[in-house]
Design a protein around this ligand. Structure first.
Ligand code: BES
Ligand code: ZN
Ligand code: ZN
Length: 480
C-alpha cells in the first residue's frame, strides 16, 4: 500500500480526474448540487458521523460522508469520517479518491489524509490467497484533498506521519520469529541510512553487560537470541532541549520463569510496540527535517524461560548502581527500561518520554481509549499532553506519590520489581521507572491498552501504531 500518491490542490472540487469524489455533509446544511441535495432531503444521505451514502454525478461516483455538527467538528472527527468514506470506496473498487476539504483548517485536511491512509492499512503478507478477497482486487492508488489556501505542507506531513504509523504497525504485526531484536535493529539502521541527520548504533549481549546494564542483561539472559540496545540519534538543529525517546521492545514476553498462562500469550508479540513507535517516529522526524535534537533508546530482547534464565529472587545491579530484587520475572519491561532510561540520561537527554506496554492493570483501568500518563514534572507533562491532544492520541494522567514509591523498596535490595502488596500496579511500575531518570523531566506512557485492540474506526482492532504521531508532534513543538 505504501505507494499511494497523496496531494493537495485548489480549484473546483467537482472537476476532478478521480473516479470517486467525497463531499462532507454537516448537520442542517445543504449540498450545492441539486441531485446530491435531493438525497439529503430524501434521508438517504445523513449528516451523522460515519454515515456514507453513494451517489453518481456526471460520470463520477460521489460519496456523501456525514460530518456531524459544524461547530463540533475537529481533526479526530475528520479521521473517523475519512476512514468511513475510504472503507466504502474500497468496497466500490475505487482507485482514485478526491476529498473536498470540509473547512479551511489545514489540520482538518491533514486528518483526512491520516484517516484514509491508516484505514487502508492491512497486514496480509502471510496469506497465500490474499487476492481472492473481493476487497483486495483493487487498490486505492491516489488521494487528493481539494481546498482553498495552501494545504500542501499539511497534507504532505500528514502522509509522512500516517505512513510512519503504518510502518510501526508492520513491526508490531510481524511475529516474534521474524521481528527479533536483530530485525528491529536492522530496521533502525535502514532508517538511519536514508537520512543524513539520523545516526544508528546498536549494542549486543556482551556490550550490554560491559555497560553494567545488569537489569537489561538479566531479562535477556534467558533467550538464545542476542538482545540489542538500539540507539538512534537525530541532530536536526534548533535551540530546544535535547529530547530522549525510550521504547520498550520485548519482542516476545512469555513471562519467563514466572510464566504467563497460554490463553493470550500469543498477543505478547506486541510487547515491542513502544520500541516500534519510537523507531518509526524517528524516521518520520528525520524525513520531515524537524528542527530538534533527539536521542532514541530502544532496549530489545525476548523474555524467555530457560536453563539460563533469571529466577525469582535474583538480585541485579542496574547501570545507575541501584540494586533490584527480581521477584517476578514477568515484570521485565521495567527492568530493561531501567537501564535504557539511565542510558538516555547518560547520553545527555534533558526531557524524556518512554512508551511501554508495561502493565495489564492499565488495560483494566483505562481500556483502549486513553494510554496511562505518569510524570515527575508538570511543565513537561503539559507539553506532552498537548502533543497527544493535537494528534488524537490521548492519555490520562495517573498520580505518583511517596507512598507508592515506598511500595517499590526491596527486602534485600534497593528496589523490587514486583511487590506482594498487589496495589496500584501501573503506578508502582511508574514509580519504579522514576528511579532511573535522575530527576530529569519525564513522562511515562503505559500503552498496554492502546497499542492494539483500539476500536477507533481508522485503526481497527489490530496493531495501532499508537505514539508515533505524538512523538513527531513532540519533536516539532518541544524540540526546536
Ligand atoms: N507485557 C506485560 C504487560 C501487558 C499485559 C501488556 C497485558 C499487554 C497486555 C508486562 O511485561 C507484564 O507482564 N506485566 C505484569 C507485571 C506484574 C507481574 C507485576 C502485569 O501487568 O501483570
Ligand atoms: Zn511481562
Ligand atoms: Zn512485557
Amino acid at each position: 500500500m505504501g505507494e499511494i500518491r497523496v496531494n493537495a490542490r485548489g480549484g473546483a472540487s467537482g472537476q476532478t480526474d478521480a473516479d470517486t469524489r467525497v463531499v462532507g455533509l454537516f448537520e442542517g446544511e445543504a449540498l450545492d448540487t441539486p441531485a446530491l441535495q435531493a438525497l439529503v432531503e430524501a434521508g438517504e444521505a445523513k449528516p451523522r458521523l460515519k454515515s456514507v451514502a453513494v451517489a453518481h454525478d456526471g460520470g463520477t461516483r460521489v460519496l456523501i460522508a456525514g460530518l456531524g455538527k459544524r461547530d463540533e467538528f475537529d481533526a479526530e472527527k475528520a479521521r473517523v469520517a475519512a476512514a468511513s468514506a475510504v472503507a466504502k470506496a474500497k468496497e466500490l473498487a475505487t482507485r482514485s479518491l478526491s476529498w473536498e476539504a470540509p473547512t479551511d483548517d489545514p489540520r482538518h485536511a491533514a486528518a483526512l489524509v491520516e484517516g484514509t491512509l491508516l484505514r487502508l492499512y492491512e497486514f496480509n503478507q502471510y496469506k497465500s490467497n490474499r487476492d481472492d478477497d473481493e476487497n483486495n482486487r483493487t487498490a486505492v492508488e491516489s488521494l487528493e484533498i481539494v481546498g482553498d489556501g495552501d494545504l500542501d505542507a499539511a497534507v504532505n506531513e500528514a502522509r509522512v506521519r500516517a505512513l510512519a504509523q503504518n510502518a510501526a504497525r508492520d513491526l508490531q504485526n510481524q511475529p516474534s520469529n521474524v521481528a527479533t531484536p536483530e530485525y528491529l535493529a536492522n530496521r533502525a539502521r535502514e532508517l538511519a541510512a536514508a537520512h543524513d541527520a539520523l545516526s544508528f548504533e546498536a549494542f549486543e549481549r556482551d556490550q550490554i553487560r560491559e555497560m553494567n546494564m545488569g537489569a537489561f542483561s538479566a531479562v535477556a539472559q534467558g533467550s538464545d537470541r542476542s538482545p540489542r540496545l538500539i540507539v538512534l540519534r537525530y541532530e536536526g538543529g534548533g535551540s530546544g532541549p535535547h529530547l530522549g525517546f525510550v521504547g520498550k521492545a520485548v519482542t516476545f514476553d512469555t513471562g519467563g520463569i514466572s510464566i504467563k498462562p497460554a490463553g493470550k500469550m500469543h498477543e505478547m508479540k506486541f510487547d515491542m510496540s513502544g520500541g516500534a513507535a519510537v523507531i518509526e517516529a524517528m524516521g518520520a522526524i528525520a524525513q520531515l527535517g524537524v528542527p530538534a535534537r533527539v536521542t532514541a533508546v530502544v532496549p530489545a530482547t525476548e523474555n524467555m524461560p530457560s536453563g539460563h534464565a533469571m529466577k525469582p529472587g535474583d538480585i541485579v545491579t542496574a547501570m545507575n548502581g541501584k540494586t533490584i530484587e527480581i521477584n517476578n520475572t514477568d515484570a521485565e519491561g521495567r527492568l530493561i527500561l531501567a537501564d535504557a532510561l539511565a542510558y538516555a540520561v547518560d547520553q545527555g537527554a534533558e526531557r524524556i518520554v518512554d512508551l511501554a506496554t508495561l502493565t495489564g492493570a492499565i488495560v483494566t483501568t483505562l481500556g483502549s481509549t486513553y494510554c496511562g500518563y505518569f510524570s515527575n514534572d508538570d511543565d513537561w507533562y503539559a507539553r506532552v499532553e498537548a502533543a497527544g491532544k493535537a494528534t488524537g492520541e490521548e492519555g490520562w494522567r495517573l498520580p505518583l506519590h511517596p507512598e507508592y514509591f515506598e511500595l517499590t523498596k526491596g527486602q534485600y535490595a534497593d528496589l523490587t520489581n514486583s511487590s506482594e502488596a498487589r496495589k496500584a500496579a501501573s503506578i508502582y511500575a511508574a514509580e519504579f521507572l522514576r528511579q532511573f531518570v535522575d530527576g530529569r523531566p519525564w513522562v511515562h506512557f503505559d500503552i498496554a491498552g492502546v497499542a492494539w485492540g483500539m476500536t477507533r474506526p481508522y485503526v481497527g482492532s489490530g496493531a495501532s501504531g499508537f505514539g508515533v504521531r505524538t512523538l513527531i508532534e513532540l519533536a516539532e513543538t518541544a524540540g526546536g
